[in-house]
Ligand binder design. Structure first.
Ligand SMILES: Cc1cc2nc3c(=O)[nH]c(=O)nc-3n(C[C@H](O)[C@H](O)[C@H](O)COP(=O)(O)O)c2cc1C
Length: 138
């Protein structure tokens, strides 16, 4: 049974909804799943995960959230080498462009990126299913 830690930041709840849907999918496969707001997460939560699932909306100008998620990523960057990492997040008008840069950045730290998913604003029915399936495939 893999330990799946889902750590996210969300301002208006869209990325949080994605986190919970991904967790639902991952739970269905019998993994041990923890969902944590990044404000409650420590480096240990990243280190201990067999699959680390990180979520942030697009903020600033096509970047991840700058005041909590950005510092967290800096804290864990030396622990993600070789680790399975999946990324997710909600966006507004940018087409999910921020995700490409975030993915490349995590790869540059040596993370084994096993998938990424973006949804525009809140996940509606089709996107909800996509999030659940994404969690199930982890
Ligand atoms: C300060 C701020 C900056 C944003 N910058 C972008 C952006 O660069 N590109 C984009 O597609 N959406 C941008 N958005 C829209 C959010 O990504 C979008 O509303 C998202 O659904 C918010 O997710 P959340 O509910 O998890 O906070 C921005 C929103 C805010 C509040």
């Amino acid at each position: 049974m893999a330990k799946v830690n889902i750590i996210y930041w969300s301002g208006t709840g869209n990325t949080e909804q994605m986190a919970n849907l991904i967790a639902k999918g991952a739970l269905g496969t019998g993994h041990s799943v923890n969902v944590l707001n990044v404000s409650n997460a420590t480096v240990v939560n990243a280190k201990e995960a067999d699959i680390l699932v990180l979520g942030s909306p697009a903020m600033g100008a096509e970047v991840i959230e700058e005041y909590e998620m950005e510092p967290y990523i800096n804290e864990i960057e030396s622990f993600v080498k070789g680790k399975k990492v999946a990324l997710f997040g909600s966006y507004g008008w940018g087409g999910g462009e921020f995700m490409a840069e975030w993915t490349n950045r995590m790869k540059s730290y040596g993370a084994n990126i096993v998938g990424s998913i973006t949804v525009q604003y809140a996940p509606e029915s089709d996107e909800s299913m996509r999030c659940i399936e994404f969690g199930a495939k982890l």
